[in-house]
Design a protein around this ligand. Structure first.
Ligand SMILES: Cc1cc2nc3c(=O)[nH]c(=O)nc-3n(C[C@H](O)[C@H](O)[C@H](O)COP(=O)(O)O)c2cc1C
Length: 177
């Protein structure tokens, strides 16, 4: 059955390594007959959560920016893919800012299959805290299932990930959903 797949690409680098893995995932998922949308967080206007709790009991943020529409898409998707470069052993600010802004409706992001993508100049050991932070988000979503973690290791400059196993892995992961 065709699934709705939402890929959230967190890198500020268009055509960067994690972005390339997102495209590979998208290619595989589309070829398998799914409906896929890739959203580049860098092109959206998403302010920081201000912890004002203005959303409490309302499910709506006081800030009127691109997060409103993105939250609708997250609630409606069957599969969510979160992608980030590793920055100082963690996810980048774009992805974390987006995650924090799910506060008004994160309990509605139910029963999703989640995939994580991360890229780093160093090896797998440098990515554990990044994946762990993403798992922490998954732990907050009712019924979430983490299906896989795609690890683009040893990649520094744009495009280097094409020469690593992660390039094919991302495609296969997309095909498998
Ligand atoms: C601010 C910043 C912090 C970084 N911190 C790390 C790090 O802690 N460990 C690491 O292995 N690579 C680190 N890198 C390198 C990136 O993770 C690497 O270049 C990655 O491939 C970028 O992915 P992208 O092309 O998708 O943006 C850092 C890069 C930047 C710009």
């Amino acid at each position: 059955m065709s699934k709705k797949v939402l890929i959230l690409s967190g890198s500020p680098r268009k055509g960067g390594n994690s972005d390339i893995l997102c495209e590979q995932f998208q290619k595989g998922a589309e070829e398998a007959g799914n409906v896929v949308e890739k959203v580049d967080l860098r092109s959206l206007k998403i302010g920081y959560c201000m912890a004002c709790y203005g959303c409490k009991g309302k499910g709506v943020c006081v800030q009127k920016d691109d997060m409103t529409e993105l939250l609708d898409k997250m609630v409606q998707a069957d599969v969510l893919v979160l992608a980030t470069p590793v920055y100082f052993y963690s996810m980048d600010g774009q992805l974390k800012t987006m995650i924090d802004r799910t506060l008004p409706r994160y309990t509605e992001i139910r029963n999703k299959d989640l995939w994580f993508i991360a890229t780093a100049a160093a090896g797998r050991h440098a990515m554990e805290r990044t994946f762990d932070a993403m798992r922490g988000f998954a732990d907050c979503l009712p019924g979430a299932r983490v299906r896989g973690e795609i690890c683009g290791e040893g990649v520094y400059q744009k495009g280097e990930v094409r020469d690593t196993p992660a390039f094919q892995e991302a495609y296969e992961a997309g095909k498998s959903i």
